[in-house]
Design a binder for this molecule. Sequence first.
Ligand SMILES: Cc1cc2nc3c(=O)[nH]c(=O)nc-3n(C[C@H](O)[C@H](O)[C@H](O)COP(=O)(O)OP(=O)(O)OC[C@H]3O[C@@H](n4cnc5c(N)ncnc54)[C@H](O)[C@@H]3O)c2cc1C
Length: 551
Amino acid sequence: MNRDFVAESDRITPAFRPVQVEKAAPCQEGCANCGDIRGWIGTIAQRSKTGLSREEAFARSWRMIADVNPFPSVLGRVCPHPCEQHCNRSTLDEPLAINAMERFLGDWAIEQGLALGRLENVPVETWIGVVGAGPSGLSFAYQMARRGYRVTIYESRAQAGGMLRYGVPDYRLPPEVLDAEIQRILDLGVDLKLNMAVGRDISLEALRARHEKLYLGIGAQMGREIGIPGEKGPSVWTGTDFLSRINCGEEIEVGARVVVVGGGNTAMDAARVARRSGADVTILYRRSREEMPAIEYDIEDALEEGVNLRLLVAPVRLERTPDGKLDSLVARRMQLGEPDSSGRCRPLAVPDSEFRLPLDSLIAAVSQSPGLEGFAALGHKGNWLMTDAHGAVGHGVLAGGDVLELGIAGNAILQGRNAAEQVHFHLQGIEHDASMPESRPDIGPDQVKLDSRPGSEAVRVPKLPGDERITGGVAEVASTISEEQFLAEAERCFSCGFCFGCEQCSMFCTSGCFTKLEEVMPGMYFTLMLDECKECGKCIEVCPCGYLDPA
Ligand SMILES: Cc1cc2nc3c(=O)[nH]c(=O)nc-3n(C[C@H](O)[C@H](O)[C@H](O)COP(=O)(O)OP(=O)(O)OC[C@H]3O[C@@H](n4cnc5c(N)ncnc54)[C@H](O)[C@@H]3O)c2cc1C
């Protein structure tokens, strides 16, 4: 325990006067998109203390997430959940299954038909334009519409959702889940113009003249080719093109042997989709498994489904039969050299190591880049848009999401929200700093009484066995946890650094310093009256969540 020392007569004695200090929840680190995670889990776990029915607690928790992220059901399925890596509970046993809980709440809200709420703002006539109805553009549109702005989205494709619809396969994210969460945003009055490509059907300049502010969330739609001889021709696709065609319902003949080149999520998804046709699928990656950028559990899922992984192998050229049919891929073995600018070890060719792999089709899932035709006037760096210090890429034009740099959906949503707040503050003349949250001290596992509760395993998300996934086609691989599992998981939260009303402090205090509030809520159970405090420090010592500090 930290101690301050105070003079008492001529003696120096330790002073343990308590002060309530809310700490920064570690789960929040690395994730700005699940809202106040500790708060929404606490709302569930403490519902009987705060007098909420189960339904009221569920709805309130969902709103806390939806405040920052209108896609809890979607992100509950696809987010790599960095929040869980920071959970203090992992020091005791296993981190809370935050992602599975978010999905449960998202699905529950869809079933209940809950609508997204507006903030208390009068309708604003300012007309805001958004280019691209991916998660970033939709997040921006949502945040503007709920503040009362008139919003129009221009989307080049036939449906909204961006890579969540045209990239992520249905067995990971059923389209009806995406549809439901998008519809709720549109229900706020957002106008969505589909099949309207900016740069083709309407110019950027026309939109700049029409709208007070523009947000560009156009993503990175262009799959990159590998750049090897023989690549141009039938039976070769980029990963994004292949997945987009499949997600549009096209039937693609991949043949019996498919090679996928790349080590990222697009490569995993392309391989897993190809595998569902019954093909023998091999992923080639030029570095080692540790360097693969794909999410670890996506790699595991692909392996469980029978996808082969060949590491430290790079493609050299494709060989075709005289009639243009793919015959084989010539590849070479690689070894790792010194780290390159990305921090990953540079792959170096092993001399005289070329070999042939027979194949019927090849999917090049090596990278993507944005299509910037029509956006040349804006700030960019190479193939990517680049924002200035204020998030702008041109006068009155902001941008976010994959068009700046390839990322994950959560990041695209976060950038859309940040841009919307920036635009709103600017238009309303609000000082930006006024909105900045106060910085709070961190709380690590050593400041929480992890031994105050028995250890318990985190809930396991039910998954289809690998062979059933192959025969199941688009059947969703992972399921939503049950309500009982959800409630039990919420109870595992230690509410790090935030009072959850255990009342230990008040029970141990012999001076009556802790007065229970009439209306309680997570973090607010007691007021402190320290006139009679004996400075024994017992309350600080027993507080299991580390909310009480020495003053
Ligand atoms: C195969 C694949 C799997 C992925 N898996 C995951 C995952 O599991 N978890 C995760 O978090 N992330 C995943 N991602 C990444 C995630 O999908 C993206 O980070 C996210 O979709 C980026 O959002 P965005 O809104 O910036 O761009 P996008 O989602 O790409 O949306 C951009 C939108 O803009 C539209 N558009 C483009 N140009 C124009 C134009 N000129 N005029 C009008 N409209 C235009 C596009 O049609 C599109 O709808 C995956 C990506 C891919 C490709």
